[in-house]
Design a binder for this molecule. Structure first.
Ligand SMILES: Cc1ncc(COP(=O)(O)O)c(C=O)c1O
Length: 432
């Protein structure tokens, strides 16, 4: 697998300098910023926000304000509101009630005025979801990873973190911000992980950080095998279940619930903004760890807590998905169906064992062009995924079919893709 990303935004170069009227040499800041943006245009990975409004109750239908004669009806194919819980009547009702009951914002940090009963209830609900003693809310999944990983490793003197090479940017940020030693193991490669673990001193504190579902390729970590290694080398385990909570396991506890591995993981991290349909992030762990993060993590302590309106919506979503597998089952069925239709049409759908349906393009300019044509001519909204989210040369379109994408929508999508593939002289690989 190609090396993933360099986090340098600017390749070292000679600083552009200008001579000021006063004879002093000055840094030309405008030129630096212009060149930074120009580089993205040249590489075909300048990002454009698509201006849309979803139609409540009719997901994945939305309106698009992009272009001149909008708003135009479109179908959303790249939402991470995987189960459409962001529009579920129970979630909407809970948020409306909370708004009228307690008002809009939380009014403070958790320590100073911003702790509501809803926050406490949601943490209990999430702890129960993962079979842990405690949970802690953050303002996003990104913040939960960054704040927890950086704080954990600072609490463990001399800690070494073992990090899967495809870990999300927020885990990488947390590991970097911890200032501790990091060993990157090849993606899901147990032999490599063991080689790195065995090279460390027995007395060194160790933490293995990985994801359960890797959201750009749609593959899954060998959770039990990683836990076996963690036990053998006395390492803590930290798993990001952002793309799995709500969607896997009988109650939506993620891959660790599905694989009956939750009790072997020290810290489970998740988001409230994807399958749970609202916003926020959390960790679930034993109370000792929760108490440490709650007490030491600046990213938890020094920020306004989640709005109680959001928390109420998430509570409704988590409670609903604990008791209902209907959305999960329908999502899996939709993903399987779309993959089969794409494969049958000869489209280069990547091997994904999960709900993610990635279609390989392998070039950023083409990926953007296909996405532009889909939106302008077919009312299909799917964002191109470029470096640094995926390695260069593996640019792709990432589809996330859900319970509300119909077979007819999928047929239209596949027909549109085949037409564009032909138009752009790209190869279709029909099965013999
Ligand atoms: C693997 C992973 N972890 C964490 C996050 C961050 O979660 P959030 O969007 O809640 O900040 C993302 C976001 O896409 C992600 O893909």
């Amino acid at each position: 697998m190609a090396k993933r990303r360099s986090l340098h935004y600017v390749t070292p170069q000679k600083l552009p300098l200008t001579g000021g009227a006063d004879g002093q040499t000055r840094v030309n800041y405008d030129q630096i910023f212009d060149e930074a943006i120009d580089r993205l245009h040249t590489e075909g990975r300048y990002r454009v926000f698509i201006d849309i409004m979803r139609n409540k109750g009719a997901f994945p239908n939305a309106r698009c304000f992009h272009g001149h004669n909008g708003p135009k009806p479109i179908t959303v194919w790249c939402s991470n509101d995987y189960l459409a819980m962001g529009q579920h009547p129970k979630v909407i009702e809970a948020m409306e009630n909370a708004l009228h009951d307690v008002g809009a914002g939380s009014g403070g940090t958790r320590n100073i005025g911003g702790n509501t009963h809803l926050h406490v209830e949601l943490e209990q609900e999430l702890a129960d979801l993962h079979g842990k003693d405690g949970a802690l809310l953050f303002t996003s999944g990104y913040v939960s990873n960054d704040a927890t990983l950086s704080t954990l490793a600072k609490l463990l003197p001399g800690c070494v973190i073992f990090s899967d090479e495809l870990n999300h940017a927020s885990m990488i940020a947390g590991i970097r911000n911890s200032g501790c030693e990091k060993r990157v193991f090849r993606h899901n490669d147990l032999e490599h992980l063991e080689e790195l673990l065995s090279a460390e001193d027995e007395a060194t504190p160790k933490l293995i950080a990985f994801e359960s579902v890797y959201s750009m390729d749609g593959d899954v970590a060998p959770v039990h095998a990683i836990c076996d290694l963690a036990e053998k080398y006395n390492a803590l385990t930290y798993v990001d279940e952002v793309h799995a909570v709500g969607m896997y396991g009988k109650r939506g506890g993620g891959i660790t619930e599905r694989d009956e591995a939750a009790d072997r993981i020290d810290i489970i991290e998740g988001t409230l903004g994807k399958a749970f349909g609202v916003m926020g992030g959390y960790i679930a762990a034993d109370t000792r760890v929760i108490d440490c993060i709650r007490s030491y993590a600046p990213g938890f302590i020094f920020t306004t807590s989640l709005s109680p309106v959001l928390v109420a919506g998430v509570l409704a979503a988590v409670r609903h998905l604990k008791g209902s597998s209907e959305e999960r089952d329908a999502q899996q069925a939709a993903a399987a169906s779309l993959k089969a239709k794409m494969r049958e049409a000869g489209l280069p759908v990547m091997d994904s064992t999960t709900h993610i349906v990635p279609l390989m393009v392998g070039d950023p300019v083409r990926a953007k062009k296909i996405s532009d044509i889909l939106l302008a001519e077919y009312g299909v909204y799917v964002q191109p995924i470029n470096f640094p989210t995926v390695p260069r040369g593996t640019e792709r379109l990432r589809f996330t079919p859900g319970p509300t994408h119909s077979e007819a929508m999928m047929d239209e999508l596949v027909a549109a893709l085949v037409e564009i593939w032909d138009r752009m002289d790209m190869e279709l690989r029909k099965a013999a």
